[in-house]
Design a protein around this ligand. Sequence first.
Ligand code: ADP
Ligand code: GLC
Length: 530
Amino acid sequence: MGEFNGDIWFVGAEMAPLVKAGGLGDVMGSLPKVLLKAGINVRVVIPYYKNIIPKNLITIKEAYPAGKVNFGEIPFEFGIKTGFAEGEIPIVLIEQNHFFNREDVYGPHSGACGYKDNLWRYAMLAHGAAYAMKILGIPLVVHTHDWSGGLVPAVIRQTFGNKKVQIETEGVLKAKLSRHINAKGLRPAVVFTVHNLGYQGVYGIDDFYDIGIDFKYNSSSAYEHFGTLNSLKGGIKLSDAVTTVSPAYANEITTPGFGFGLDGELKNLRNEGRLKGILNGIDLDYWNPKADKFISRNLNLKEERYRLKDYEDWKDFKLANKKALFSEISLPPKKDKNGRPFPLVGIVSRLTEEKGIDEFLDSLFKWNDFPFQVVILGSGKDYIEKKAAYLAELYRDRIYAQTGRYDEALSHKIYAAADIFAMPSKFEPCGLSQMIAMRYGCVILAGDTGGLHDTVSDITDRHAKEPSGVLIKHIDANAVSWGLNELYNIYINEGEKWRNIVINSANKHFGWDDSAKVYENLYYDVLKKN
Ligand code: ADP
Ligand code: GLC
């Protein structure tokens, strides 16, 4: 445990394409890649979900002696393996078969039925990560994520001490000076990113005694929250900087309506300048309509910035991918009385209350006979899955639903085929699906909240620049049907306007370049400050 080694370690529960339940996986997979390209020495630590991670995506180089942790009276051993994801991103896998060798990441149905022992599983991740640091050398900054990474800052403090490493030199990360800084008595700086405040990892306070964490952190200045153990709260309290995934969401979570009981804490943090909203990006190479391997026809255009004259190619792209999707899912293409094809609405989503899919389904029945075809891919709450499946059965000519499953290939096909992408979220920390959908030329129907507000430019706002969809203020079935109606009228009656919106949408490229720089600066900042 002599020296610092490595600049930034990401610690989290998912990492695409190895393992993904939602957008956290995308971010853990794509941001490190960009930082690595910028010359920063990054590693990603995730649990070794042996059942889930495809063997061909990882190379394991070395295994290290087992570590041990006591959960209450019970000792658990775990292993550390290092290697690469997709041959390029350095990874550390925490191997503990009892906790991590399961069918799902958090539990069945995208975690809607979470495993009962998730607290222990992610305590294991935190202990495993700290042990790996002891063996491999301590990073200068640990960047941890969401409630599942919430115990990391406590384990770091109890392992390496409270005193944070401090560095003056600008550019130290890239210079790899870290190798020569003596780590004795110093801990890495910790950055914590909240991807979704709706999931806080709340458990009984007694559970505190079974997760190998020093009891002193059972306090309201750490994990205790109104008599419960709150992993997310402790993660926020014990980190040196806190970020969330869009500027609008950073404001929203300081208010009672969006703060899920932590708005007071977050407001204080914001006033102290320790809470930042940094917009996520997507991996523009992976989500690329020109080279996507999952879809039947790629976009032929070469340029990055499209013009109205490019619409014809976009139209052919949509038509070909729609045809292929319809034939794969056996949905007959439908036309109205005048021979115009019904617009295709795509949904790729976790099916939880916050995503507004229930309201979307109800909104269809505000029409006498709804003139849309709808393809839904989603997994989550039982009642929403059942409702989607039931309606798909009832309206076989118009709705197709693939529920209870995660299907990467089908998700690409939906983005490529849909005319409208629906994401009527009641809150949305950032949202990556709308970014992907815009890149694939979909017009967006979305809730006016969080990252959706920051990325979708609203047709119904007269001052909006290059509108790419409709934003709905308060999601309910009536409001969603109003939004659908707005889009339908443009699609049917205002061809030129529709074409412009498609091109605007396709021109929104939300990559990582800008935000990765903001993170890089934040890493310097936390190393400079005491
Ligand atoms: P969240 O993280 O809240 O689920 P995001 O919009 O940030 O929402 O990210 C969702 C990501 O998960 C997108 O990449 C989307 O394509 C993907 N996704 C969601 N559900 C499924 C599913 N059932 N099958 C395949 N991909 C899915
Ligand atoms: C969460 C949020 C989503 C965000 C993603 C990645 O799952 O619900 O809005 O895009 O994390 O940060």
